[in-house]
Design a binder for this molecule. Structure first.
Ligand SMILES: [Fe+2]
Length: 284
């Protein structure tokens, strides 16, 4: 570890606050290599008191991997398409961002894609006075805590992930072109982290609809058990946003959700989505 960065625990089992870094300017290869290691190790990194232009957010994120242009093209920043706007703010009749002010249920970003993003970085720009917290669940700790019998039952199983199911509950439907880009897909139910080798539950209440190979009742009951299990207090960290916070999470071992907030207040978050190197991109 360099002398510059300091790391302190944030959640009970995961998450770290990283101090001694200016995300706007500290993008040299040594710092980025260090951040990559901490990101895999802690799953969730918080950088406080940042003041970032869109270009600086993109530059730092690009130091972690190639960036995705999100398929929800209508919610991209007009100036920087690598940035997805998450907001309830309107410009006339048009929402400038996705996800409005309502609850957003537990999900893994992009679990519905064949090569899901390795992570997302979310930067707070405008915050409401109340609500809008983002919670994260440590799905590696949740897997570790399962009984040996349950681990054996899940071994080698796949589960069906549905972006359509998520949108029906928490967002707006995709258009027909976007639907074609995001059909339901089977992914490993237990995912091995491509860098640390640690196993994590790779399911989420918002998008996982069925376990392949189990009958309907068994699939439903098993998923209900697992969904309750992985959001127990011991596995969850809830982040109360402060302006200038930027959070970077590991999308192979942490799922997240958002609290609703008062629709009379504005909230604007800017997100980059980081793609994995191709050789470790397919979940296994
Ligand atoms: Fe998300």
């Amino acid at each position: 570890m360099s002398k510059k960065l300091s790391v302190s625990r944030m959640g009970k089992t995961f998450g770290a606050i990283i101090e001694g870094i200016n995300v706007a300017t500290d993008t040299d290869p040594d710092t980025m290599a260090e951040i990559k290691g901490l990101w895999a190790e802690h799953q969730l990194l918080l950088f406080r008191n940042q003041d970032l232009s869109e270009e600086q957010l993109v530059a730092f994120s690009r130091g972690l991997g190639d960036l995705e242009i999100h398929l929800r093209r209508e919610y991209l920043s007009p100036d920087n398409p690598e940035i997805l706007m998450i907001s309830n703010i309107k410009d006339g009749d048009r929402s400038i961002g996705i996800l409005s002010d309502t609850e957003v249920g537990w999900h893994y970003d992009q679990i519905y894609l064949p090569k899901p993003a390795v992570g997302s970085m979310l930067y707070s720009v405008i915050l409401p006075n109340n609500g809008g917290q983002t919670s994260f669940a440590d799905m590696a700790a949740a897997y570790d805590g399962l009984s040996d019998d349950m681990k054996a039952k899940l071994e080698g199983k796949k589960a069906i992930q549905s972006y359509a199911a998520f949108n029906a509950q928490f967002s707006v439907p995709t258009n027909s072109k976007q639907k074609k880009m995001s059909p339901d897909i089977a992914q490993p139910l237990v995912r091995t982290h491509p860098i640390t080798g640690r196993k994590a539950l790779y399911i989420c209440p918002g998008m996982t609809v069925q376990i392949v190979g189990l009958d309907e009742d068994d699939s439903r009951e098993t998923l209900e058990f697992l969904f309750d299990w992985c959001v127990r207090d011991e596995f969850v960290y809830t982040h109360d946003w402060v302006l200038g916070d930027a959070l970077l999470w590991d999308n192979a071992s942490a799922m997240h959700r958002r609290e609703p907030f008062d629709s009379s207040e504005d909230r604007l978050m800017k997100r980059t989505t980081i793609l994995p190197p191709d050789n470790i991109a397919t979940p296994f």
